[in-house]
Design a protein around this ligand. Structure first.
Ligand code: PLP
Length: 389
């Protein structure tokens, strides 16, 4: 292996830009006009934005009118997580937010709710939301303060574990609440249908699908129940999100959304095969490796593992030096590797580090082979020194 050769195994952090998305971005960048202008140039851009809306709607099986474009999943989360709602013209108060303990920080931070109005819902040792605990929390919810809102992701970004969203929806409905589902890591990896999930809102992001960064959407169930806008101004996105649309980012997002739904079953079967080979190889090289969620339902591409005696940070650096880009699962924007809040929520010792390998449509057996060769070297160094560095 040459020094510069790199193996990218961090698709959950971001997917490489797809060629089709790149082409769509460049073509849109070179098209003059503002989608809100009434002249021909503006109308051409409007058509492009509306075509993108259709593609993103198809990704989650809804009507284009239910898609509100945002600058990404984080903004979509901050738009939807608010106590301030309207049902038609009537204000509607949401009194309290219940978020699963394993949510991405974009959701776990609680958006526009006051801290004291946010409660976390625990997960089981298997890494799935504890539905009994959710039931109890909603039973004790004080409706006088407003409706309960529950946020549960569909697939966890660190472990890939699929959450029991449909069962959670039944509980939320029984208690007259609203359900927000972060589907960022699920789209393209499993069928995602807002109706079938019985969610009120879904959150999606472009760059996890091979689209450009800085584009995402909040998907609604209808247009009656809507959150107060986060960004006010010129009234774009029917007043739900002001600011001139970014047609280039949306065209790229749309191309990635189309690719995500094409051949999904075959693509994920191939990726599952790669992950199975990777996990079998890890078990052969280190019989004490812990693969989180391996016995439950996971999306095809993610493997989150711990090697006793290997800290996340040390492991991540060791793999990076081997030419492998993987993640500790919880890198913050500062680049520091923190303790995985997901492993802590699952009841593991805070000292146990986790490392995440995430594959994608561009991954190949050669990537798995290179990872496993590096894995063996990291494991042998760990045995000698008790640590990998
Ligand atoms: N939700 C999940 C599950 C994620 O994995 C991410 C990205 O890491 C986000 C939300 C935030 O997405 P964005 O980068 O589009 O703001």
């Amino acid at each position: 292996m040459t020094k510069t050769e790199r193996t990218y195994l961090d698709w959950n952090a971001t997917a490489p830009l797809l060629a089709a998305a790149r082409e769509a971005v460049i073509a849109a960048l070179d098209t003059v006009g503002n989608p809100s202008s009434v002249h021909g140039e503006g109308r051409a851009l409007r058509m492009l934005v509306e075509a993108a809306r259709r593609d993103v709607a198809a990704l989650v099986n809804t009507a284009p009118a239910h898609v509100i474009f945002t600058s990404g999943a984080t903004e979509a989360a901050n738009l939807v997580l608010t106590p301030d709602y309207r049902m038609g013209r009537t204000p509607l108060a949401v009194g309290h937010l219940y978020v699963s303990e394993i949510e991405h920080p974009a959701v776990r931070e609680g958006g526009r709710f006051q801290r004291e109005n946010v409660t976390t819902v625990p997960v089981t040792r298997a890494g799935v939301v504890d539905l009994e605990a959710l039931e109890t929390l909603l039973q004790n919810h004080d409706k006088a303060k407003g409706l309960p809102m529950v946020a549960i992701m569909l697939a966890n970004n660190e472990t890939g574990i699929v959450q029991p969203v449909k069962a959670a929806a039944e509980i939320v409905r029984r208690h007259g609440g609203l359900l927000v589902v972060d589907a960022v890591q699920a789209v393209g990896r499993m069928p995602v249908d807002i109706e079938a999930l019985d969610a009120d809102f879904l959150i999606v992001s472009s760059h996890k699908l091979g689209g450009p960064k800085g584009a995402g959407a909040l998907v609604t169930r209808g247009e009656v129940l809507m959150p107060a806008p986060l960004i006010r101004g010129g009234g774009q996105e029917k007043g739900h999100r002001s600011g001139t649309e970014n047609p280039a980012a949306l065209a790229g997002f749309a191309a990635a959304a189309r690719a995500a739904t094409d051949d999904m079953v075959e693509r994920n079967a191939r990726i599952t095969g790669l992950r199975d080979a990777l996990e079998a190889g890890m078990r052969l090289a280190a019989n004490d490796v812990i693969i989180h969620g391996a016995d439950g339902e996971r999306v095809a591409n993610t493997s989150f593992f711990s090697l006793p005696g290997l800290k996340s940070e040390t492991g991540q650096i060791a793999f990076d030096l081997e030419g492998i880009a993987l993640s500790a699962g919880s890198a913050c924007s500062s680049g520091k590797v923190g303790q995985s809040h997901v492993l802590t929520a699952m009841g593991f010792d805070a000292a146990l580090g986790g490392l995440r390998v995430s594959l994608g449509p561009g991954s190949a057996q050669a990537d798995v082979d290179r990872f496993l060769a590096a894995f063996s070297r990291v494991v042998s160094r760990r045995r000698v020194t008790g640590n990998a560095a």
